[in-house]
Design a protein around this ligand. Structure first.
Ligand SMILES: Nc1ncnc2c1ncn2[C@@H]1O[C@H](COP(=O)(O)OP(=O)(O)OP(=O)(O)O)[C@@H](O)[C@H]1O
Ligand SMILES: [Mg+2]
Length: 358
């Protein structure tokens, strides 16, 4: 638990992105910025001299040597070691490299002082995974490490924002639609804290799966027209084709994010010298089966929570993929409670890691 008044960092180590919020000695809360953004890509890249590049540097270096790159070390938490290029790395060291970048940024703001940290983790993680996280933070130089389940952090943030409106014995649903996973958690506000009443997770349902579905939609139009070109995009063998694939994947993700705000967008398809129009309606047809899985998981978490969750007080949307408008409308239709959305659903968990129970 953060010491009242002391500097402290809350860290949400996510599949795609890591977000961190610093509390300074005078009580201010500052989202840490990485190259100007509150999100640090959780990606790592093994450089030739053995150093580990992280964040946007890793994404940039990956274009030339994808075999030395891991976009999501959190997914490798059970693997022990990972081969990047011709060297094996302990997963703990890869995670430590990401956390080191966070602590470097915190130190810059705190005149060289390294603060204690609270790191969040999926509610379903057992002791072995949690120990790996603590070992990585210790290796990164954190003087003290606390852990907190992600949905509990989100719920704490919600009560700080909405205070009294979350009464005792009222159930809160945290709908966390991130990049790699989906988690629905039902929590009950009790004795000033939160009890997890039920949790349902989908390990194969996140923004990356939405990207893959949109890519299949593009393939359905283009692969038949020039199978050779599509094969080069799907299994690139030359540096130029690898770059083309990279550009396409980046464009697909950006287009998907834009479709949460705009009625349509264009996607550049490299090697075809073509632009493809995708409308919000087409995108919703592509993403609907994925959203339906998240809604079904939320309903089954509510069902598993039993009478405690008969009438949830608040449904709280967190994670970047919860920006997809269909997620909110489908959920509202299914459980008859208007979901609460926030301006920056990616940093809610890191913010919540800093909120004390009382
Ligand atoms: N406007 C948007 N519309 C749709 N998706 C978006 C939007 N903005 C961000 N995303 C998606 O949100 C995902 C990143 O969300 P977030 O940072 O919450 O994930 P994460 O915490 O890294 O993942 P996880 O919680 O699975 O570990 C990416 O897939 C990104 O493309
Ligand atoms: Mg997350």
């Amino acid at each position: 638990m953060p010491e009242p008044g002391g500097p402290h960092v809350g860290i949400d180590f996510g599949t795609s992105n890591t977000a961190a919020v610093l509390r300074t000695a005078d009580g201010r809360r500052l989202p840490l910025l990485f190259d100007g953004s509150p999100l640090l890509p959780s990606a790592v890249f093994a450089e030739a001299d053995g150093r580990i590049a992280v964040g946007r540097d890793a994404l940039h270096l990956a274009r030339t040597a994808p075999e030395r790159f891991e976009p999501a070390p959190k997914r490798c938490i059970d693997d022990g070691h990972l081969l990047l290029g011709d060297r094996e790395f302990a997963v703990t060291d890869l995670i430590a490299a990401v956390l080191t970048r966070v602590l470097d940024e915190a130190r810059r703001t705190l005149d060289g002082v390294t603060p204690p940290v609270t790191i969040t983790h999926p509610a379903a993680w057992g002791p072995t995974r949690r120990e790996t996280l603590v070992a990585a933070a210790t290796r990164a130089g954190a003087p003290a490490v606390d852990l907190l389940p992600e949905p509990v952090a989100a719920a704490r943030f919600l009560t700080r924002l909405h205070g009294a409106s979350v009464g005792p014995d009222v159930a809160i649903v945290v709908y966390d639609f991130g990049a790699g996973t989906f988690d629905a958690t039902v929590l009950v506000h009790r004795d000033g804290g939160f009890d997890v009443a039920a949790a349902e997770g989908l390990t194969d349902t996140g923004g990356r799966d939405v990207d893959a579905a949109l890519l299949r939609h593009i393939a359905a139009v283009h692969a038949g027209r020039d199978p050779g070109a599509w094969a080069r995009l799907e299994h690139p063998a030359t540096p130029a084709d690898r770059r083309a694939r990279w550009t396409l994947l980046e464009d697909v993700r950006t287009a998907k994010e834009m479709l949460s705000r705009a009625p349509s967008t264009l996607i550049q398809v490299p090697l075809y010298d073509d632009e493809m129009l995708v409308t919000r309606e087409q995108f919703e047809a592509v993403v609907a089966p994925i959203v339906e899985r998240t809604v079904a998981a939320t309903k089954s978490a509510l069902w598993a929570a039993g009478p405690a969750a008969a009438r949830p007080g608040t449904v709280f949307l967190v994670g970047g993929s919860s920006r997809i408008p269909l997620a909110s409308t489908a959920l509202h239709r299914a459980i008859a409670v208007a979901p609460t959305t926030l301006e920056r659903p990616e940093t809610v968990v890191a913010e919540g890691a800093l909120v004390a129970v009382r």
